[in-house]
Design a binder for this molecule. Structure first.
Ligand code: AMP
Length: 384
């Protein structure tokens, strides 16, 4: 694929697909992390005297309609504060004059307001592709979606390239997927096995050990023949969990925090072999054995919390895990929305070697899948 940094972009018009899908509260950006992640590419473009039109989605509006609560206006304001520069907000794509504006940086209204985005519509893709001289894809978080701004626009552009964030994501994720140092420890938690099954299966091929935590662990605990009471489980996946356990790489925590309700009725600390029928496992502990594995690892991949860490009563497993990873000397890669929330809550993103900005895209990349946006970018780079 072509990288933005390898192109001469002086006085060129760039359309940059970014992922500025940030939380908005009372008309203000509540967490600007995703906007900040786009700054290196934006600065590179502006410092090289290019003009920029940013394209992003925000939330899930109904396609074809403008809805105030999904407008990019708060994003434009937040970005303007970060850059200390006016950021114009463009309502439609029909104007020939978008790049004639005196502003060097503008942002298009939510791309999901435009008919055809979801369906990867060729006409919408064509419009986006031909607005500027170069189409830059930097929205790693949406690279797993085959939509007009993440696929068709790349396909139909004269020149399409990867922005600095995408380049960094691919470098770090590839390192953890293909270019790792052993011992390799994967830690996979979160709510449901069904959303992590492909990741567990794929990582089973490269990791030496996989610590399973969170709600996911319940299905594995059940598969190992123990009672999980009324914990969240996926009964239909018990047999698959058994076959994964048989491969011998899975490590299940041994100590659980249980309660009779998510709100914390009758909280107990106990061995996972002692769970009663009326109890739920809501947190799992990292003990000496798992601490040792983290200390010895040279590569750590982490996705998903160990428990319902949003509630203080069930946060210890995730907090201890975050601290252990922060102390480790390993190359550590973390990804997923809840995982990054935990990192921001208990440690700092800098305590981890790399925090991916992708949720679904991160999972699919680490499952070994070819992401549609990356695939089409690669095809545009062929022969250059
Ligand atoms: P995910 O997005 O799949 O990584 O899942 C994150 C969510 O899993 C968090 O919001 C946690 O509250 C939830 N979670 C973690 N452990 C459990 C558990 N034992 N039971 C139910 N939900 C859990």
């Amino acid at each position: 694929m072509i990288n933005l940094t390898s192109l001469d972009i002086t006085n060129k018009n760039l359309v940059i697909r970014v992922d500025m899908n940030v939380p908005i509260k009372d008309g203000i950006v509540a967490d600007a992390s995703r906007i900040k992640a786009c700054i290196p590419t934006i600065k590179f473009a502006l410092e090289n005297n290019a003009k920029v039109l940013l394209v992003s989605h925000l939330g899930r509006p109904e396609e074809g309609n403008f809805e105030e609560k999904f407008s990019m206006k708060p994003v434009a304001e937040s970005l303007s504060n970060i850059l200390n520069e006016e950021v114009g907000l463009i309502g439609g794509l029909d104007s020939e004059d978008i790049f004639k504006s005196p502003s060097s940086i503008q942002i298009l209204e939510n791309i999901r307001f435009f008919e055809g985005e979801k369906a990867n519509d060729k006409d919408l893709g064509n419009k986006l592709a031909n607005l500027g001289d170069i189409y830059v894809f930097d929205a790693f978080g949406t690279a797993h979606r085959e939509q007009a701004s993440t696929h068709s626009a790349i396909e139909q552009s004269k020149i399409a390239c990867a922005g600095l964030l995408l380049e960094r994501e691919i470098d770090f994720l590839t390192k953890a997927l293909n270019n790792y140092q052993k011992p390799y420890l994967a830690i996979i938690g979160g709510a449901k096995v069904s959303t992590k099954l492909e990741l567990i299966k794929h990582i089973d091929n490269v990791a030496d050990n996989i610590i399973i935590g969170g709600g996911i662990a319940n299905t594995f605990i059940l598969a190992s023949g123990l009672n999980v009471g009324k914990s969240l489980v996926e009964e239909t996946l018990v047999d698959i969990a058994k076959s994964i356990l048989d491969k011998g790489k899975i490590i299940l925590p041994k100590v659980a925090i249980t309660s009779e309700s998510f709100e914390g009725k009758n909280i107990n600390k106990k061995l996972i072999s002692d769970i009663k029928d009326n109890e739920m496992i809501l947190d799992l502990y990292i003990e000496e054995e798992t601490d040792q594995l983290i200390n010895n690892a040279n590569t750590i991949l982490w996705n998903g919390p160990m428990g319902v860490f949003e509630n203080k009563a069930f946060e210890k497993g995730t907090r201890d895990l975050s601290n252990a990873i922060a102390k480790s000397k390993a190359f550590s890669l973390a990804g997923g929305g809840e995982t990054l929330s935990a990192i921001n809550k208990y440690i700092k993103p800098d305590d981890v070697s790399y925090c991916s900005t992708g949720g679904g895209a991160f999972l699919e990349f680490m499952e070994g899948k070819a992401l549609p946006a990356i695939k089409v970018l690669n095809s545009k780079g062929n022969g250059r």
